[in-house]
Design a protein around this ligand. Structure first.
Ligand SMILES: *[C@@H]1O[C@H](CO)[C@@H](O)[C@H](O)[C@H]1NC(C)=O
Ligand SMILES: *[C@@H]1O[C@H](CO)[C@@H](O)[C@H](O)[C@H]1NC(C)=O
Ligand SMILES: *[C@@H]1O[C@H](CO)[C@@H](O)[C@H](O)[C@H]1NC(C)=O
Ligand SMILES: *[C@@H]1O[C@H](CO)[C@@H](O)[C@H](O)[C@H]1NC(C)=O
Ligand SMILES: *[C@@H]1O[C@H](CO)[C@@H](O)[C@H](O)[C@H]1NC(C)=O
Ligand SMILES: *[C@@H]1O[C@H](CO)[C@@H](O)[C@H](O)[C@H]1NC(C)=O
Ligand SMILES: *[C@@H]1O[C@H](CO)[C@@H](O)[C@H](O)[C@H]1NC(C)=O
Ligand SMILES: *[C@@H]1O[C@H](CO)[C@@H](O)[C@H](O)[C@H]1NC(C)=O
Ligand SMILES: *[C@@H]1O[C@H](CO)[C@@H](O)[C@H](O)[C@H]1NC(C)=O
Ligand SMILES: *[C@@H]1O[C@H](CO)[C@@H](O)[C@H](O)[C@H]1NC(C)=O
Ligand SMILES: *[C@@H]1O[C@H](CO)[C@@H](O)[C@H](O)[C@H]1NC(C)=O
Length: 677
C-alpha cells in the first residue's frame, strides 16, 4: 500500500507523465561514495528509495533522505551543513556556524538604533517525522519584560521530503494585540556557499556569468558607494577592470523564480533558490530585489526597502497585531557530470524544477495550519478591457492583474503587510487568479503600453472554494484629451530611452543579447555630464527620437570638485492653434525617483513659482543601483490654454535638488493632451 503511494507520489512529484520508465536517483551514501537506486515505475519490481530520517543530537539535528543531508543547530535554527553530491558541506565552512544559512531581520523603533538580528530561536520541536517527510520547527516568543527585544514571535520551519533533492523553509511571524511599535526594514533567508567551489552564478537565461571572489572585493577599489568595487587585481584576471556590485543582480519579483550557483567540482553541483510564488513578498510584481551575489551568497528577500525606499518598510503601530506565513521557498540541489563544460545544463534543470514547484503551489505538505492549503483558497477570474483613445474597447493583453489588500489606485506597490496574488492577462485580456487566501481585496492591474493603474471599483471577497467571475471589466486610463505628442512607452520603466555605455574606465558586463545588460552597468549616471557638459538635454518633438535623444535618467550635473548642479531639460514642440480658454494636460509618469523635486514650467523658464512641482519625492536609489525603475509616480498636470502659444512652445523640466550624483528621476512616459473633451 505504501509502495503504491510512493509510486503515485513519485509520478506526481517528478511530473513524468510520458514514457519515462527509469528514474535514476543519485544519492549520497557517504560523502565520498555515490550510489544509484533504480526504480521501475510501471514494471513489477519496485526498489524503494531511501526514507527520510531525522537524527537528533545534543546541539544539532540532521534531516536526510539519501540524496541530501541538512544539519541545523538546536535550538537556534541555523543551517550549519548541507551534504550533497559527494560534498561534505556546500556551505561556507570557514564561517562560524551561525553565519552559513539563516533567517534574519533588520528592525528599529525610531528612537533606538537600527538593529540587524539573525533569528536566534530558543525552542526546537519535531513537527513530523515519517518515512516520507520530516518537518522541524525553531521558535522564539517575545518576552514583554525584555522590551529591547524585537516584538515578534517567529517559527522557522524546515521540511525534507522523500526523493526530493533539497529542502524547504518557511517562517510564521506574528505580533499580538498590545505589542509595542516596531518598523521592519528587511526580512530574508540567506545561504553562504563554499567560495572555493562556486564560481558560476545564474539568475536568468541571459544573466549568468563567472563571478569574482570575495577577496577580489578586498583588493579592489571602492567606488562611489561601498557596495560597488572596481576589481583591480582579481583572482581571475579576465575580470580585471570590471565593477562588482550586488545590485547588478537584482530582479523584479515577477522575474525571480530561481537563481543560484554552479560549482566547479567534478561532478558540478547546482545550488538553487526556488521561489515558487510571490504571494508572501511585499510590493507586488514590480518590486525589485537582490538575488545572488559575490560571497557566494544566495538570498530570498521577503521585505526590503531596496529599489523602493522607506515606503516599503513595514510600520507597525503600538498595539497592531500581524500574522504572516513567509514561504515556503525551496533550496534545490542538482548535479550532472556533463555540466563540467556547460553549467547551463544545471540552470536548465533548475528551471524545469522551478516550473514543477510553481505548478505544485500551494504546497500540500507544510504541516502548519497557518499555511493555507489549496482547499481553503478561492479563485477570481474575468477579462480586462481598455477604453482609451480608440473608439472600441481593446483587450488588456499581457498585463499584470492582482488582488492585494484594499487601498488606493496603485497602492499595491507600497503595500507590505498582507498577501498579494498576481497573474498575467492573456492576449484577450482574460485572467484567472488562482489560490487566493480568503479575505477582502481590491483588484489592481497595470498594462504595458497603457498609462496608469487600474483599480476595480468594488471590494472582492474571496472565501474558501469560491470561484468568482467578474466578467468584463473596463479600465479607463487617465486621459483628458487627444494625444498631441508623447515621449516613451508607458511600461513603468525607462529602458526604452537612451542608456549610455558605462564610463570607459569600467569594463562592460557582457551578457547574451539581454536588454537588462544595457542598464545593469556601473556609473551610467556620470555619462550625463559627459554628454551634456554645458547645456542640458533638449528634445524636439517631431525630430528627436526618444531612444537616442532622451537620457534614461534626469540626473544632476557634475561640475567637478564633487559639486553637482540642478538640470533643466527642454521639450520643444509646435502647436498650430491654441485654444487659450481651454485646459490642456501634461501627463508625466515617472519610473523612479531619488531625493528629487521636479518642477515644470511652460514657456517661461524664469517664472519664480513653477506651474507645477512634485515636491520632494523618492527614495528608491534606482539611479545608483542600476535598476531601470523604482516606484511608479503619475502626475496629470493641468495646463491652462493661456500658458501655451500658437507656434513654438517649450516645457522646462527642472530637477532642483542637487547635492549628489544619485538624485533625480527616471521618466516612464510623457504625453501632452489637447483640450479637455
Ligand atoms: C547523511 O545521513 C545518513 C543518515 O540518513 C548518514 O548515514 C550519512 O552518513 C550522512 N552523510 C553525510 C555526508 O553526513
Ligand atoms: C527606523 O525606521 C523608520 C522607518 O523606516 C525610519 O524612518 C527611521 O529613520 C529609522 N530609525 C533609525 C534610528 O534608523
Ligand atoms: C522574560 O524576561 C525576564 C527578564 O529578563 C525573565 O526574568 C523571564 O524569565 C523571561 N520569561 C520567559 C518566559 O522567558
Ligand atoms: C545530464 O545532462 C545531459 C546533457 O544535458 C543530459 O542528457 C542528461 O540526461 C543529464 N543527466 C541527468 C542525470 O540529469
Ligand atoms: C469609454 O470612455 C468614454 C470617454 O471617456 C466614455 O464616454 C465611455 O462611457 C467609456 N466606455 C466605457 C464602456 O466605460
Ligand atoms: C474571456 O473572458 C470573457 C469574460 O469573462 C468570457 O466571456 C470569455 O469566454 C473568455 N474567453 C476565454 C477564451 O476564456
Ligand atoms: C529611433 O532610434 C532607434 C534606435 O536607433 C531606431 O531603432 C528607431 O527606428 C528610431 N525611430 C525612428 C522613428 O526613427
Ligand atoms: C574644491 O572644494 C573645496 C572645498 O569646497 C575648496 O576648498 C577648493 O578650493 C575647491 N577646489 C577647486 C579646484 O575648486
Ligand atoms: C491662435 O491662432 C488662432 C487661429 O489663427 C487664433 O484664433 C487664436 O486667437 C490664436 N491664439 C493665440 C493665443 O494667439
Ligand atoms: C480649467 O481648469 C480650471 C481649474 O483649474 C477650471 O476652473 C476651468 O473651468 C477649466 N476650464 C475649462 C475650459 O475646462
Ligand atoms: C486669448 O487670446 C486672445 C488673443 O488671441 C486674447 O484676446 C485673450 O485675452 C486671451 N484670453 C486669455 C484668457 O488669455
Amino acid at each position: 500500500m505504501r509502495l503504491e503511494e510512493t509510486k503515485k507520489q513519485k509520478i506526481h512529484k517528478e511530473n513524468m507523465g510520458k514514457n519515462m520508465q527509469l528514474i535514476s536517483l543519485l544519492y549520497v551514501v557517504e560523502f565520498t561514495m555515490v550510489a544509484f537506486t533504480l526504480l521501475v515505475v510501471d514494471g513489477q519490481r519496485l526498489i524503494e528509495s531511501p526514507i527520510v530520517r531525522l537524527d537528533i543530537q545534543t546541539n544539532q539535528v540532521t534531516m536526510s533522505n539519501g540524496i541530501v543531508n541538512v544539519t541545523l543547530s538546536t535550538p537556534y535554527g541555523f543551517v550549519t551543513s548541507i551534504s550533497y553530491g559527494g560534498v561534505n558541506n556546500l556551505l561556507a565552512t570557514q564561517n562560524v556556524e551561525k553565519d552559513r544559512g539563516y533567517w534574519d531581520i533588520f528592525w528599529n523603533r525610531t528612537t533606538s538604533k537600527r538593529a540587524r538580528k539573525k533569528f536566534l530561536e530558543n525552542n526546537f520541536e519535531v513537527i513530523m517525522d515519517t518515512e516520507n517527510q520530516a518537518e522541524i520547527s525553531f521558535k522564539s516568543t517575545w518576552n514583554a519584560s525584555q522590551s529591547d527585544e524585537l516584538p515578534l514571535n517567529s517559527d522557522l520551519r524546515f521540511v525534507m521530503l522523500r526523493d526530493t533533492p533539497g529542502f524547504y523553509t518557511y517562517a510564521i511571524v506574528e505580533r499580538l494585540e498590545g505589542w509595542p511599535l516596531v518598523y521592519i526594514e528587511n526580512l530574508r533567508v540567506v545561504f553562504k556557499l563554499q567560495q572555493d567551489m562556486f564560481h558560476y552564478m545564474a539568475i536568468s537565461d541571459e544573466r549568468q556569468r563567472i563571478m569574482p571572489m570575495p577577496v577580489d572585493r578586498e583588493t579592489g577599489k571602492v567606488l562611489d558607494y561601498k557596495e560597488a568595487v572596481l576589481l583591480t587585481n582579481p583572482t581571475n584576471p579576465n575580470l580585471k577592470g570590471e565593477v562588482d556590485d550586488k545590485y547588478f543582480y537584482a530582479s523584479d519579483n515577477k522575474d525571480d523564480r530561481v537563481h543560484g550557483w554552479v560549482s566547479s567540482t567534478n561532478p558540478p553541483v547546482g545550488f538553487w533558490m526556488i521561489i515558487p510564488n510571490d504571494e508572501f513578498r511585499t510590493g507586488g510584481p514590480y518590486k525589485q530585489d537582490l538575488t545572488s551575489h559575490v560571497g557566494p551568497t544566495v538570498l530570498s528577500i521577503f521585505v526590503s526597502r531596496h529599489f523602493a525606499g522607506d515606503d516599503l518598510v513595514i510600520k507597525f503601530q503600538q498595539g497592531e497585531p500581524w500574522k504572516k506565513v513567509i514561504g515556503p521557498v525551496f533550496l534545490y540541489l542538482n548535479s550532472n557530470s556533463s555540466a563540467m563544460d556547460n553549467p547551463i545544463i544545471l540552470w536548465e534543470d533548475a528551471k524545469r524544477r522551478m516550473n514543477q514547484e510553481v505548478a505544485s503551489w500551494p504546497y500540500d505538505f507544510p504541516v502548519s495550519e497557518e499555511y493555507i492549503k489549496s482547499n481553503q483558497r478561492g479563485m477570481v477570474r474575468g477579462q480586462l478591457l481598455i477604453n482609451d483613445s480608440s473608439m472600441t474597447l481593446v483587450s488588456a493583453s499581457n498585463g499584470y492583474i492582482g488582488l492585494a489588500p484594499p487601498g488606493d489606485v496603485g497602492s499595491w506597490q507600497r503595500e507590505n503587510k498582507g498577501y498579494q496574488f498576481w497573474t498575467k492577462t492573456d492576449a484577450m485580456g482574460n485572467f484567472t487568479i488562482e489560490n487566493v487566501i480568503s479575505g477582502t481585496y481590491n483588484l489592481y492591474a497595470t498594462v504595458p503600453g497603457i498609462m496608469g493603474d487600474y483599480k476595480y471599483t468594488f471590494d472582492v471577497q474571496v472565501t474558501p472554494g469560491s470561484s468568482i467571475d467578474l466578467g468584463s471589466l473596463v479600465y479607463n486610463p487617465p486621459r483628458n484629451g487627444a494625444t498631441l505628442w508623447e515621449i516613451g512607452v508607458p511600461d513603468r520603466t525607462a529602458a526604452e530611452f537612451f542608456v549610455p555605455a558605462p564610463p570607459p574606465e569600467y569594463n562592460v558586463h557582457v551578457y547574451q543579447n539581454n536588454v537588462e545588460s544595457i542598464f545593469r552597468q556601473y556609473g551610467l549616471w556620470e555619462q550625463y555630464s559627459i554628454l551634456y557638459p554645458e547645456n542640458d538635454l533638449v528634445y524636439n518633438v517631431g525630430t528627436s527620437n526618444y531612444s537616442k535623444d532622451w537620457f534614461f535618467a534626469h540626473v544632476t550635473r557634475n561640475i567637478g570638485n564633487k559639486t553637482y548642479i540642478s538640470t533643466t531639460w527642454k521639450i520643444i514642440f509646435d502647436l498650430e492653434i491654441v485654444d487659450n480658454a481651454s485646459n490642456y494636460t501634461l501627463q508625466i509618469a515617472l519610473a523612479a525617483a531619488q531625493g528629487a523635486k521636479l518642477q515644470v514650467r511652460f514657456n517661461d523658464e524664469k517664472v519664480v513659482e513653477p506651474h507645477f512641482t512634485t515636491g520632494k519625492i523618492g527614495g528608491d536609489n534606482a539611479i545608483a543601483r542600476h535598476g531601470i525603475h523604482g516606484l511608479y509616480f503619475l502626475y496629470s498636470i493641468e495646463v491652462k490654454g493661456n500658458l501655451l502659444v500658437n507656434g513654438t512652445n517649450t516645457i522646462f523640466l527642472t530637477q532642483t535638488i542637487a547635492t549628489n550624483p544619485f538624485q533625480g528621476v527616471m521618466y516612464d512616459y510623457l504625453r501632452l493632451e489637447g483640450p479637455h473633451q
